[in-house]
Design a protein. Structure first.
Length: 350
């Protein structure tokens, strides 16, 4: 803890820091709440940037600063990052990279949401995309091909070919099911190549727990901006539903808990279509059910590839964790797939 307090002290904070405690459930970075003298509520957030994944920390912070400045220039809430005493947006301690942001007061995060909150989330979230639609400064592609499913399937194939830790034989069922649907699930990339779908500035990690809500369910601000980059519009819509419409947990060991909740789907989609009225193309709207399937599918591919590779990417809590995650995401995919026709007719009516 002493070291963490010392790290925080490199940033422009005038108060006396009293305590630093672990926070959140992120799978990539390590996050801490920072308390200062005279208050029992956290005042700042300290984060260790995972630079194995985000190798170009300058590009990372530059992207984030462009996005937060742009949102603030429109008088909307955004995360506020602090500079170090020597004017940098991160601190390198010789081994690790750190950043500090202001804690958003009176904010709540959820792991699950109600239909009512989903409607508001869809709307605020569509508005977030509208806000960024006129960002003129180009953003760096911080993780190239991040949500490119063709690329993710190639990574899975490479992992299988290498079979580094001998896990391929036990996951054959999932591999077969995944590759059976390859043609169908790579539609977005084909439409992009044919010039029919544009790329837009997307958040690319819109899990429910990456949004701060106020007590009335309004989205106060969107957090975890590391992956903001150009992507197909499906990214944010699909990834939100991946967590929000799941009646179980992302890594639920009990597959019976998992279903794709159509009430959440309906409410979120209604809000999202309102929020994106100004820019969403008919082809983007028509393919929203595809997006709802794509993200559980892609996350299955990513968790499975990491399991086969011997757990090198995602933080795990126990040895089989990535396999449990794979099974849970696949169950969610199957449930969503079974409701695809229903989704299409619902969207058609909205
Ligand atoms: C990672 O850091 P966190 O937990 O918000 C991942 C996302 C995955 C998600 C799965 C940079 O996000 O893409 O969807 O885990 N972020 C990165 O929970 O890979
Ligand atoms: Mg996160």
């Amino acid at each position: 803890m002493k070291n963490l307090i010392e790290t925080v002290s490199k940033f422009e904070i005038s108060e006396k820091v009293t305590n630093v405690e672990p926070m959140g459930e992120g799978l990539i970075n390590d996050t801490y709440k920072v308390f200062v003298y005279g208050s029992d509520k956290p005042k700042y957030v300290l984060q260790r940037i995972n630079n194995a994944i985000f190798q170009d920390v300058d590009m990372l912070m530059d992207n984030i600063n462009k996005v937060t400045d742009h949102i603030r220039s429109k008088n909307k809430n955004s995360l506020q990052f602090l500079k170090t005493f020597d004017g940098k947006s991160y601190y390198f301690d010789g081994e690790k990279y750190w950043r500090v942001m202001a804690f958003v007061p009176d904010s709540i995060t959820y792991q699950a949401v109600t239909p009512e909150y989903s409607y508001i989330a869809g709307k605020s979230f569509g508005e977030f995309e509208s806000l960024l639609a006129d960002l003129n400064e180009p953003l760096g592609e911080i993780i190239p091909d991040f949500h490119n499913i063709e690329f993710r399937l190639k990574q899975l194939r490479d992992a299988v070919a290498e079979d580094r830790v001998g896990r391929v034989k036990e996951v054959k069922y999932y591999l077969d099911e995944i590759f059976k649907r390859e043609e169908k699930m790579t539609l977005g990339e084909r439409l992009f190549r044919e010039g029919k779908l544009p790329k837009r500035v997307c958040h690319c990690d819109t899990k429910v727990n990456n949004m701060l809500f106020d007590k009335d369910g309004n989205v106060l601000c969107i957090i975890d901006l590391d992956t903001v980059m150009p992507s197909l519009v499906f990214s944010d819509y699909g990834d939100f539903l991946r967590t929000a419409a799941n009646t179980g947990a992302e890594d639920d060991p009990n597959l019976d808990n998992i279903d794709f909740n159509m009430e959440i789907f309906k409410a979120f989609t209604k809000g999202y279509l309102e929020g994106t009225k100004g820019f969403l193309l008919p082809i983007e709207k028509e393919n929203l059910p595809y997006a709802a399937l794509l993200f559980p599918y892609m996350q299955t591919v990513r968790f499975l590839a990491d399991y086969i590779n011997g757990d090198t990417y995602y933080k795990i809590k126990y040895p089989e964790h990535n396999l449990v995650r794979t099974k849970a995401q696949w169950r969610l995919f199957e449930r969503a797939e079974a409701k695809e026709t229903e989704m299409k007719s619902l969207i058609f009516g909205l």
